[in-house]
Design a protein around this ligand. Structure first.
Ligand SMILES: Cc1cc2nc3c(=O)[nH]c(=O)nc-3n(C[C@H](O)[C@H](O)[C@H](O)COP(=O)(O)OP(=O)(O)OC[C@H]3O[C@@H](n4cnc5c(N)ncnc54)[C@H](O)[C@@H]3O)c2cc1C
Length: 409
């Protein structure tokens, strides 16, 4: 018999959410699932605390832990035009990773074994998979499990056409006087100077009338130095009229945005979840919502005794649209600031959020497409179709247009 029913590798967003759902499954099942959650001791492989923003309808799993929740969101165009509206039917929410860690680990039942292990390798098998790891003293450890869910950050992906980096730095600021409207967050402010390709924007997520997360973000090919982010944050703070404030803490990160495929099943008993399992929406970098939906589906399959293959939380047509959009941004065919300003100005905010979650209808998506720079996006779509056809023809060994057909670019 295997040591565990389930081993979860990584106690980040995906691993913790899955562990939490399995606890709920155990309450429903006669026989609880023996589960291990593996996380290395703090060190170079463990990410620093971060905030996770996402949106959902009504109250959700993390309601008691939320650092903030907003109904109204504002998008500011490069020309300063402000579009404030309710995110109905959604609420935009912020969680701190530390709070999720404490909550899930604190409530874990006796069926969840929390182990400090650094995973070094995996092997598959017909009856069980084996996890190879080292403990904090450097000793080798082997664990067997019926199902293994791996959320270690993905290695650089191959197979995609375009990869951009969403890179950012944010300040948690505190002001001596009231400076923020806690009822409304700025989702995207496109006034910062724009790079020649990609997009740059700031945003402001108020935690109270005197505290907020003020962030500067770019979608582009390469990250900035900390000094460059600080200069961009200085400029953005000045642009929004923030003068007298204290920086209490900061967060910085990089999220790859790629059209590379992310298989979620990598063996008979080995699966990937979270960012490693395709939970990042390529066009936005949002991951938390997708990882949550994926974890809930896995837990449901485990509860019902099905093979728990993690679903990719986005539809194929949305991933294709994202590939077109990433390409259009990366080539500079579309100005990012123009694209996003038009998208948010021309559509109901709730519809855009539904689309970004993969929950919109084709009819709505077509209408939305018409509000973006149509000529440039059509050009990019044709270019992408051509690329897909050529790649397929290459794989089947049949040339398109004879040898070396050229793209319509
Ligand atoms: C600063 C920052 C802010 C972000 N904010 C948002 C946001 O607001 N909204 C959003 O949707 N997305 C956000 N993201 C993107 C994404 O949601 C997060 O990166 C999220 O943490 C991804 O969840 P995950 O479980 O896939 O990976 P992680 O949360 O990174 O978890 C992976 C885990 O694997 C562990 N691990 C690594 N190596 C090993 C090993 N060898 N053995 C065992 N365990 C290992 C790590 O310690 C870690 O705990 C943000 C990313 C960053 C970097």
């Amino acid at each position: 018999m295997a040591d565990y029913d389930v081993v979860i590798i990584g106690g980040g967003a995906a691993g913790l959410t899955l562990a939490h759902h399995i606890g709920e499954v155990n309450e429903r099942r006669g026989r609880p699932l023996r589960t291990a959650l593996l996380e290395p001791p703090p060190g170079p492989h463990t990410p620093p605390p971060r905030t996770w923003c996402f949106w959902e309808e009504g109250d959700g799993l993390w309601e008691p832990l939320l650092a903030a929740r907003w109904r109204d969101l504002t998008v500011v165009g490069a020309d300063g035009a402000r579009h404030r509206s309710a995110a109905d039917p959604y609420r935009y929410k912020m969680l701190r990773s530390d709070d999720v860690v404490a909550f899930v680990r604190g409530r874990a039942d006796e069926h969840l074994d929390q182990r400090e292990l650094f995973v070094t390798g995996l092997s598959d098998g017909p009856e069980h998979a084996t996890v190879h790891a080292t403990d904090p003293r450097g000793a080798d450890v082997r664990l067997t499990a019926r199902w293994v869910f791996d959320s270690r950050p993905p290695a650089a992906r191959s197979g995609g056409r375009t990869t951009l980096l969403q890179h950012f730095r944010g300040w948690f600021v505190r002001t001596p006087k009231e400076a923020f409207d806690p009822e409304s967050a700025v989702l995207m402010d496109l006034r910062p100077p724009q790079p020649s390709t990609g997009v740059a924007f700031g945003y402001v997520l108020p935690l109270s009338s005197r505290e907020a997360l003020v962030e500067y973000t770019e979608f582009g090919r390469s990250v900035l130095s900390t000094a460059e982010y600080e200069a961009a944050l200085d400029a953005y703070s000045a642009a929004i009229g923030l003068e007298d404030f204290e920086v209490v803490s900061s967060e910085q990160g990089v999220i790859p945005m790629t059209d590379a495929p992310f298989p979620t099943r990598v063996g008979r008993r080995l699966f990937r979840i979270g960012a490693a399992g395709g939970a990042t929406r390529p066009s936005t970098g949002y991951t938390f919502g997708g990882a949550s939906r994926q974890a809930a589906a896995v837990a449901e399959a485990l509860a019902e005794g099905r093979t728990p293959i993690p679903p990719v939380p986005y539809r194929a047509r949305h991933l294709a649209m994202d590939a077109v959009m990433l390409r259009a941004l990366d080539t500079g065919r579309v100005r990012g600031s123009d694209f996003f300003a038009r998208l948010f100005a021309g559509n109901r905010l709730g519809d855009v959020l539904a689309f970004l979650d993969g929950a919109s209808s084709v009819r709505r998506e077509l209408a939305m497409g018409l509000t973006t720079p149509v000529a440039a996006m059509s050009h990019s779509t044709l270019d992408h179709l051509w690329y897909v056809l050529r790649s397929r023809a290459g794989r089947t060994g049949r040339g398109l247009n004879g040898a070396g057909g050229s793209s319509p670019r």
